[in-house]
Design a binder for this molecule. Structure first.
Ligand code: HEM
Length: 426
């Protein structure tokens, strides 16, 4: 690959972005492997990209995720818009199982000649693998360090609040926030990584990656609920009306209608501690049975929680501070959210736990990339987590170390680009 600052045969071709500072020039185009768009690629393995809503929100969860956020480094609004056009064109190709390829991307890019970006090639022989790419906007797109960099602050929705600091939060800046979020989900981890890697390359000179988290989810056959690393079924409860809980409606600004708010939290689980805790206490902590997933005292995983049930001593069957009681929307007066969490496993790390028995040493850096979608984070995540952060029994085993809140605009119609209505001032 030739540096954009080199003199030579490539200098007649334009850099990826005029302001790119020069990473990729056109020299390699055509020489690097690109994945052909064949009929085989247009199989049901591909999730539709264009539509009223972005894919990857209510889509059936894939086995792998690569969640990334970016900081915008440009001062120019037109650069941000060009990036979103380019990302849209690239995402349409990637989710169809195709390589990113300059000529095709030109459709989403208002300059000529097209951006000279070769595909990195590691997904060349792989199928679309139900890849979805979901874009979100962080608070920094609207205001950063008190500055309205792109003239968008007046369009920041009232619902798009800054997340408060919750009790016990140990968020580190290196894993928190971001001006843009991109979540790639696929049944093949290499396909998900390729997507983010490609989008990061296309962002050169305009945005740079801030933090990222991979995740996995092994769904058992037969449509059974997958388990998290605590060994419990996770995802049993779903909103009664998913569409109503997730999509922003007439109450939101035009540019967010059909979109959704994403809250991500990287939650470390003290697995060493959990594994040495009796299963009976684990079940009291969650409020459900470990094996069946049924609410305590019941047999069916999908039975209503029955929070009012008491035992012969008049104690609640599901403890006062059990996770499901503290998280239950009806019980706490919150709005329902759609959870779409992934397990993560980042090897080992030196850690000092914050709860008894205060383990200290080289421990698993593993847990849950908690992700939820809702039409209003004030009544959804913020309301739900307020008391949970203080009183949930689960807190003895978990630490929130990173995350963010992102406004995911609605889906894109062919010819448009993600977030178009925001940039048109609607
Ligand atoms: C490592 C962290 C977490 C773990 C291991 C975990 C695990 C679980 C499990 C096993 C269930 C029961 C099965 C189900 O309905 O899916 C559950 C339910 C739930 N969790 Fe979590 N969770 C975590 C963090 C959170 C957070 C941070 C929130 C939101 C602030 C949350 C919100 C919920 C909700 C709303 C339910 C459904 C409650 C109901 O039945 O109405 N969870 N979680």
């Amino acid at each position: 690959m030739t540096s954009g600052t080199d003199k030579g045969p490539t200098t007649s071709r334009r850099l990826l972005f005029r302001s790119a500072g020069g990473l990729v020039a056109a020299g390699g185009v055509g020489l690097l492997p690109v994945r052909p768009a064949s009929a085989a690629d247009a199989t049901p393995e591909a999730e539709p990209f264009w539509g009223d809503h972005q894919a990857g929100i209510v889509s059936l969860a894939q086995a792998h995720t690569y969640f990334a956020t970016f900081d915008l480094t440009t001062a120019k609004r037109t650069d941000v818009e060009s990036l979103l056009r380019l990302w849209t064109a690239a995402a349409a190709r990637l989710t169809a199982g195709q390589a990113i390829e300059p000529a095709q991307l030109a459709a989403g890019y208002d300059e000529d000649p097209p951006p000279p970006v070769p595909d990195s090639g590691e997904a060349s022989d792989l199928k679309a693998s139900r890849l979805t790419i979901t874009f979100g906007f962080g608070p920094g797109l609207f205001v950063k360090d008190g500055k309205d960099r792109y003239g968008l602050s007046a369009l920041r929705p009232a619902a798009f609040v800054d997340l408060p600091k919750f009790n016990g939060d140990q968020l580190v800046p290196e894993m928190t926030g971001g001006d843009l979020s991109v979540q790639a989900c696929a049944d093949d981890s290499q396909v998900a990584f390729h997507a983010i890697r490609s989008l990061a390359l296309l962002a050169d000179g305009v945005a740079q990656m801030r933090w990222a988290q991979t995740g996995f989810l092994s769904a058992p056959s037969g449509g059974k609920t997958p388990r998290n690393l605590m060994g419990f079924k996770d995802g049993t409860q779903r909103p009664a009306q998913v569409d109503k809980a997730v999509w922003v409606g007439a109450e939101g600004p035009d540019w967010m209608r059909g979109g959704s708010y994403l809250v991500a939290r990287r939650i470390r689980i003290a697995l060493e501690h959990w594994d040495r805790t009796p299963v009976s206490f684990q079940e009291q902590t969650i409020g459900r049975q470990k094996l069946s997933g049924a609410p305590l005292g019941l047999k069916d995983e999908f039975a209503p929680l029955g929070l009012e049930r008491t035992d012969t001593d008049d104690n609640p069957v599901i403890p006062e501070h059990a996770h499901v009681r503290m998280a239950n929307a009806g019980n706490i007066g919150a709005a329902e959210m759609l959870r779409r969490a992934y397990n993560y496993n980042d090897g080992l790390k030196f850690t000092a736990e914050r709860w008894p028995p205060w383990r200290q040493g080289t421990l698993f850096d593993a847990g849950l990339l908690f992700i939820c979608y809702q039409n209003d984070p004030r009544t959804g995540f913020v309301k739900t987590f307020e008391d949970m952060a203080k009183f949930d029994m689960l807190n003895q085993f978990t630490t929130h170390v990173g995350g963010g809140l992102f406004a995911c605009p609605p889906g894109v119609r062919a010819g448009g680009f993600v977030g178009e209505r925001l940039f048109r001032g609607a």
